[in-house]
Design a protein around this ligand. Structure first.
Ligand code: COA
Length: 130
């Protein structure tokens, strides 16, 4: 699946971005292609979002966050400033990631989590992650 996604995005398709009109995207944010931003989501200044990622309904991506490709920031999640998330990662609904945290690639963070430390590639973590 990952190989297909990369092949499709690099070689065949120029995916459009789908951004709900109620979302607020900073003029300083840098968006790739194939991105979905849901209703009332906020993408703040100097955020970078990689190709084919999802910023779902009501999510807040604060200043200078760096989101990889094919990553899903679920509904009502808050990424505080300068958080980095790798590729193919999933941050569950209603989670909070405090400022400056680095989350790797292929990570799953369970719904309602509070992330207080860095998370390694491939890790699955839930709850208060410290
Ligand atoms: C993390 C998650 C992927 C794990 O799913 P799973 O592998 O099927 O895990 P299980 O449901 O078998 O749960 C395993 C254990 O983890 C616990 N657990 C699962 N998710 C949890 C969570 N988010 N927070 C705290 N504990 C959790 C379960 O209670 C269970 O504990 P137990 O072994 O003591 O009974 C899933 O629970 C989850 O949070 N998904 C996110 C859903 C979501 O955000 N959707 C948004 C769509 S926009």
């Amino acid at each position: 699946m990952q190989k297909f996604c990369h092949f499709a995005s690099k070689n065949i398709y120029k995916w459009p971005n789908i951004i709900d009109p109620s979302a607020v995207i900073s003029v300083n944010a840098v968006l790739g292609t194939g991105i979905f931003v849901g209703k009332t989501a906020i993408v703040n200044a100097d955020v970078r979002i990689g190709n084919c990622s999802i910023i779902n309904t009501g999510a807040i991506v604060e200043h200078e966050c760096d989101i990889g490709a094919f990553t899903h920031i679920s509904v009502n999640t808050t990424l505080c400033g300068q958080v980095a998330v790798g590729d193919y990662s999933f941050i569950g609904a209603g989670s909070t990631v405090i400022q400056g945290i680095k989350i790797g690639s292929n990570v799953i963070i369970g719904a309602g989590s509070v992330v207080l430390r860095d998370v390694e590639d491939g890790e699955i973590a839930v709850g208060v992650i410290k």
